[in-house]
Design a protein around this ligand. Structure first.
Ligand SMILES: [Ca+2]
Ligand SMILES: [Ca+2]
Length: 221
């Protein structure tokens, strides 16, 4: 993975926090579950994916009702497998569940009830009718540390005081920008920095605390 991609995910994760905490409606309590059928497990099956990891996968989606294919990651984005962060709502809830505890090289066929997919509304743009049960065939390629991992936090937190100052994040951004080699105006750096603080420094104390940063419950700092 290039640093450019990493950077995008890093920034995206900062934005996600807002969506995650303010934009998400509570799902109805439901007894419906995702059915997981493991089709292939490689000999060495690790690391296992967990919430917050950055995954790279191909998946095909079918309607359970008639078996028609409504989605194929292989025909999108020039056939590159999709990158996404697991467990934070970047994919439908059922896929977040279905792709947990899965290792690179593993293949799964999963059946997702409507309540964990597009629900009563369906998703017209994606050709998904209301109340549709979905089937996905998934091939996982990579499980990487996600942008909100403990590792990422400690890397940015240079003085190890468990909070990220403006200088620390500024320094981190500069390094990432230098690494990906693209020329950027200084104003881009400043506006990204301002945006990160606007979206993440909820108590306005000028620092992003581990709690403010930490969208993933399993990451204990
Ligand atoms: Ca610090
Ligand atoms: Ca703060």
């Amino acid at each position: 993975m290039t640093f450019g991609v990493k950077l995008v995910f890093f920034l995206q994760a900062f934005c996600l926090l807002t969506i995650h905490t303010h934009g998400q409606k509570k799902e109805d309590a439901t007894a419906e579950e995702v059915k997981i059928e493991v089709l292939h497990v490689p000999k060495e099956c690790k690391p296992k994916s967990k919430k917050g990891d950055l995954l790279n996968a191909h998946y095909d989606g079918y309607l359970a009702s008639d078996g028609s294919k409504f989605y194929c990651s292989r025909t999108q984005n020039k056939g590159h497998p999709k990158w996404f962060v697991l467990g934070v709502g970047q994919v439908i809830k059922g896929l977040d569940i279905a792709m947990t505890d899965m290792c690179p090289g593993e293949k799964r066929k999963v059946t997702i009830p409507p309540s964990l997919a597009y629900g009563k509304q369906g998703y017209a743009q994606g050709k998904i009718p209301p109340n549709a049960t979905l089937i996905f065939e998934i091939e996982l390629y990579a499980v990487n540390k996600g942008p909100r991992s403990v590792e990422a936090f400690t890397q940015i937190d240079m003085d190890s005081d468990k909070k990220l100052s403006r200088d620390e994040i500024s320094h981190y951004l500069k390094e990432e920008f230098e690494r990906d080699g693209k020329k950027r105006d200084a104003s881009v750096h400043d506006s990204i920095l301002a945006d990160i603080f606007k979206k993440n420094d909820h108590d306005g104390d000028g620092f992003i605390s581990s709690r403010e940063y930490n969208v993933y419950q399993h990451d204990e700092l």
